[in-house]
Ligand binder design. Structure first.
Ligand code: PLP
Length: 412
């Protein structure tokens, strides 16, 4: 059966809000609209009850205590609060000197981690940006080799948003705990899809976001460990002292109720969803590789999320490829900067060349992706790539056996 077009394969960018989440949120717009900080009337108590139920649901998803959940506006805020908050709190500055301390992260983290780290660098902190090998994975050994006596914070994402690769987070956490270094993980793509236990996995700070787990946009949570060690953060917002003083501001009650419901649904359904999506992702990757030569799946073969496929197609131009598959909503290996299209810094960090990075697609599946849609994508992408290659003189040379890498390109 032909699927309804366009089809959505960009779930790593954002996901559809589950109708069960919307239903849970609705009463909080029009009936239970109290401010959850209002202590002296029923409206306030109802709001508070919604928020505290959600806090339990969020905590249950990651094996935390509800008291360890801080509400945020999303993973960008959670990452900023965790990284800047911990760096400022644990800075080791000798008397009269500016902020000091060493931070470890990786070059292919999300910008919401890289940019706060770069700001701290400008303030005087030293930051090591680890570089992955071709498989895209950050190992505990890499972190260990970068550790220094003045290391105060390690921030390594759990799973990468462009290539889906899974870093050695539990092992990195263990290492950090042994050295009494605070460990933060941006788990936005991981939580809700894969089993998580902040105790077993040695996490101190963990950020995630509603809209990546079939919840609403503009709401997220930061897990802040309360014991062994008790992690303290310097707040970014001042005013009112909400959320244990770490995040002031009237709570987004409706959003938080939706976030909680989304967490509850993920906890109940992630095993089944994950198994189904892994089969579909594998079908997508193997069928495309079978039908199209000079195709490469980026990132480690197995240590990847079930729902993200990142595939490069040689001898096609990225923009033209996207034009050729217009009714498939997905992301490309190019990032729009102010003036030009830049190849993805994530793919570059794995050693993928600029050309191949531009002609990459990130296809990210989700709760409502069907097998019919996957079959459609396979057909459509195959057709588009073959069509573009028919017009490619380079592909002709390649077919004739010319070693393209030996050609001397004219530079301009
Ligand atoms: C989407 C995403 C973010 C940003 O989350 P927001 O809630 O949109 O701010 C951060 N990190 C990763 C890995 C993401 O995928």
């Amino acid at each position: 059966m032909a699927p309804k077009l366009p089809i959505y394969m960009d779930n790593a960018a954002t996901s559809r809000c589950d109708p069960r989440v919307v239903e849970a949120m609705l009463p909080y717009f029009t009936e239970k609209y109290g401010n959850s900080s209002s202590r002296n009337h029923k409206f306030g108590w109802e709001g508070e009850e919604g928020v505290e139920t959600a806090r339990e649901q969020a905590a249950a998803l990651i094996g935390a205590n509800a008291k360890e959940i801080i509400w945020t506006s999303g993973a960008t805020e959670g990452n900023n609060l965790a990284i800047k908050g911990a760096a400022h709190m644990y800075a080791k500055a000798p008397e009269g000197q500016p902020n000091r301390g060493h931070i470890i992260t990786a070059v292919h983290e999300h910008k919401a981690v890289l940019d706060p780290c770069k700001r701290l660098q400008r303030e005087g902190f030293e930051v090591t940006f680890l570089e992955p090998k071709a498989d895209g994975i950050i190992t505990a050994a890499m972190v260990k080799a970068a550790m220094r006596p003045d290391t105060i914070l390690v921030s390594i994402m759990w799973a990468n948003n462009e290539i889906g690769t899974i870093n050695e987070v539990p092992e990195i956490g263990k290492l950090c705990h042994e050295r009494e270094v605070i460990f933060h993980t941006d788990a936005t793509q991981w939580v809700g899809k894969m089993p998580t236990d902040v105790e077993r996995d040695n996490i101190d700070l963990l950020s995630w976001s509603g809209h990546k787990i079939y919840g609403p946009k503009g709401v997220g949570a930061l897990y802040v460990r309360r014991r062994k060690p008790r992690v303290r953060l310097e707040a970014i917002f001042d005013g009112g002292g909400h959320e244990r003083g770490m995040r002031s501001g009237t709570l987004n009650v409706t959003g938080i109720v939706g976030f909680g419901k989304a967490c509850e649904l993920c906890k109940a359904e992630m095993d089944r969803d994950g198994e189904r999506l892994l089969k579909l992702r594998r079908k997508l990757e193997t069928e495309l590789a079978k039908r199209i030569e000079v195709t490469q799946v980026n990132g480690h073969a197995d240590k990847r999320l079930p729902n993200i496929a990142n595939i490069s197609f040689g001898f096609v131009e990225g923009e033209s490829l996207l034009m050729g598959i217009k009714d498939i909503a997905c992301s490309s290996g190019s990032a729009c900067t102010s003036a030009s299209l830049e190849p993805s810094y994530v793919l570059k960090s794995l050693g993928v060349g600029d050309e191949l990075a531009h002609s990459s697609l990130r296809l990210s599946l989700g709760r409502w992706t069907t097998e019919e849609e996957v079959d459609y994508a396979i057909e459509k992408i195959t057709k588009a790539v073959h069509h573009l290659r028919q017009m490619s003189p380079l592909f002709d040379l390649y077919k004739e056996g010319v070693d393209i890498s030996k050609i001397e390109w004219q530079t301009h």
